[in-house]
Design a protein around this ligand. Structure first.
Ligand code: AMP
Length: 584
């Protein structure tokens, strides 16, 4: 292992590194810094967040630019405002002994005039989000025509967020001979295309394997009924009294709902999603960093920039649509050499996705049980005992001690301890005493695969309409707004096809295709009653535009019955409220 001196960094940077307490270079720094210092080259670096990649491109950029010039020479593009601010902050710290250095952050939601003014003062390095950057270029408020180094940080996420055109546009305003350094946690096709189209013979480095999760993170999943998801979340939080976590939901609405319920139930929680104003988001992030919030409930997009080193748990309240997104989520924990746990709460119909995530992260999940009420009581009790043991005595209580001592004059130490702990124990015991076991079992390997929890459909388009399995899957995924893994087992025949989704998507699929025309023709989708070959035979040869309309009505009638039943049962269950958790 080399030292920062051996990597060839100058005195100013080494001094800042000492001040920051960095002892040895991280793997990505060890690999990237010598290449970027010694050669003028493009670079593709595959590295997770939290591996020290900001310094991996930051140190060489600071070393190579001319600080005594006021021209903008370095441009760093990042997906979110939060990340943009973090990078700016880090760069300022790294360059604190580089006299005359001006690093400016450019991002949406803040005064463009003020940002333009800062740039005008002479910014050697600009750190920007793509949207605002493009805006400022078009208003001629920045000049990036003399950029020598362009960094695309978290490139996969920028593309995921739809910034491809903005990035292309921004890069078109930079000189051709600049060096481009691309950093990405994963390497989907879109990122590889950017590397191919915008970079010249880039050198490649990989920290860990592509898409692989960091070794510091262990992965667990908990199998429950969908309706018990929230109860399961609470138990996981109660089992870890010192939890400091990010909880991921799929939608802004769920994010807000889960955060509100947690707050109502006495947890220190907060929501982070795109419907909040910038001020609200800043406030929540500040509280989270200060650890006034223990559980941050967030959407994937809003959580992109979170760079908090001590996160103990990532909880996937729902799994993401794309398996790759899981890598980003779990990368929020296990940072800066610490260990972390990524937990997933799954229903039976989602268990299949665990397998595809395992393939991507190249790690096994451990299936664990949601703790029972009594397990939680025990953990809470022991946590309280430890807390008391570690508590420093506050002498402000001295004046009251005489009165308290009189009250317990005849109580033995043993009885006093019992009474004291019963206060906390009874609170949890009363709540958890009558709650049920939330765990369910997968009945067989089939649950991991398809059948029981999936629906198979007939659709009246096929090869004759120009589809193969891939293009039909893409078509279905797009029109139904489903994730890549949500449409599977696509089997295209000449004039019709079959495909599967999880059963909980069935209603969405059927109602979407209830009255859907494509290229002037009705596209019909029917549930195929038999999951396998028998089902295929049943529909062979039928492709008339009105196929099965009456059956579809029957099916939807059955659906609404079962729906109202499940509503009844979910109203009837649970409902008990938890003891309020003491706020920190
Ligand atoms: P990053 O991957 O750039 O977001 O960095 C994650 C965290 O690790 C940040 O808080 C950095 O300040 C910190 N860090 C970066 N490099 C090192 C290092 N060599 N030693 C210790 N901490 C580091």
């Amino acid at each position: 292992m080399s030292t920062f001196q051996e990597l060839g960094l100058n005195e100013e940077l080494l001094q800042a590194i000492t001040d920051m307490g960095f002892k040895t270079p991280s793997e990505v720094q060890e690999k990237a810094i010598p290449i970027l210092l010694k050669t003028e080259t493009d670079l593709v670096a595959l590295a997770q967040t939290g591996t020290g990649k900001t310094a991996a491109f930051g140190f060489p950029m600071l070393e190579k630019i001319a600080i005594d010039s006021r021209t903008t020479q370095g441009l760093i593009l990042s997906p979110t405002r939060e990340l943009c601010l973090q990078i700016t902050n880090e760069m300022k710290q790294y360059g604190k002994y580089c006299k005359g250095l001006n690093v400016v952050a450019i991002y949406g939601g803040s005064s463009i005039t003020e940002q333009a003014r800062e740039v005008k003062r002479g910014a050697q390095i600009i750190v920007a989000t793509p949207g605002r950057m493009k805006d400022m270029i078009s208003r001629r408020l920045v000049d990036i025509s003399k950029i020598q180094y362009a960094v695309l940080d978290e490139a996969d996420e920028m593309l995921n967020m739809g910034f491809k055109e903005d990035i292309t546009d921004i890069l078109s305003h930079t000189p051709d001979h600049k060096n481009t350094w691309l950093f990405s946690a994963t390497m989907p096709k879109e990122v590889a295309n950017i590397a191919k189209n915008f970079m010249i013979n880039p050198q490649e480095i990989t920290v860990g394997n592509k898409n692989e999760s960091t070794s510091q993170v262990t992965h667990e999943y908990y199998l429950v009924n969908s309706r018990d998801r929230y109860q399961a979340l609470k138990r996981l939080a109660d089992l870890n009294p010192n939890i400091f976590s990010v909880i991921f939901c799929r939608t802004k609405r769920d994010t807000q709902k889960v955060a509100e319920k947690l707050i109502e139930d006495g947890y220190s929680a907060g929501a982070l999603h795109g419907d909040l104003s910038q001020n609200q988001r800043d406030l929540v992030m500040r509280s989270f960093r200060n650890k006034q919030i223990q559980m941050l409930v967030a959407t994937d997009v809003a959580a992109r920039g979170i760079d908090v080193d001590d996160i103990t748990h990532v909880i996937n309240y729902q799994l993401p649509d794309e398996a790759e997104t899981y890598t980003h989520r779990s990368g929020r924990t296990g940072r800066a050499g610490k260990t972390g746990i990524s937990m997933v709460i799954v229903s039976k119909s989602e268990v299949r996705k665990i397998k595809s995530i395992e393939r991507i992260i190249k790690k096994q999940f451990e299936k664990k049980d949601i703790p029972s009420g009594i397990d939680i009581c025990e953990v809470q009790l022991m946590s309280l005992a430890n807390k008391i043991d570690n508590t420093e005595i506050n002498h402000e209580i001295d004046p009251y001690l005489e009165h308290i001592n009189t009250l317990f004059e005849t109580t033995s130490k043993e009885a006093l301890i019992k009474k004291f702990f019963s206060v906390e124990f009874t609170r949890f015991y009363n709540y958890y005493n009558k709650t049920k076991d939330l765990n369910i079992e997968v009945s067989s390997e089939r649950d991991f695969d398809t059948n029981e929890n999936t629906s198979r459909y007939f659709i009246n388009v096929g090869k004759k309409d120009g589809y193969d399995w891939m293009s039909l899957k893409d078509f279905l995924k797009d029109v139904l707004e489903l994730g890549r893994d949500d449409v599977f087992k696509v089997d295209v025949k000449d004039s019709f096809s079959f495909f599967n989704t999880n059963k909980d998507q069935q209603e969405k699929v059927l109602s979407f295709f209830n009255d859907f025309k494509h290229n002037g023709r009705f596209v019909n989708v029917e549930v195929s009653e038999d999951k396998g070959r028998k089902g295929n035979r049943k529909y062979r040869g039928k492709r008339d535009g009105n196929f099965g309309a009456s059956r579809r009505r029957e099916t939807s009638g059955r659906r609404s019955n079962s729906q109202s039943q499940s509503r009844r049962s979910s109203n009837g269950s649970t409902g008990s409220s938890r003891p309020r958790r003491s706020r920190r």
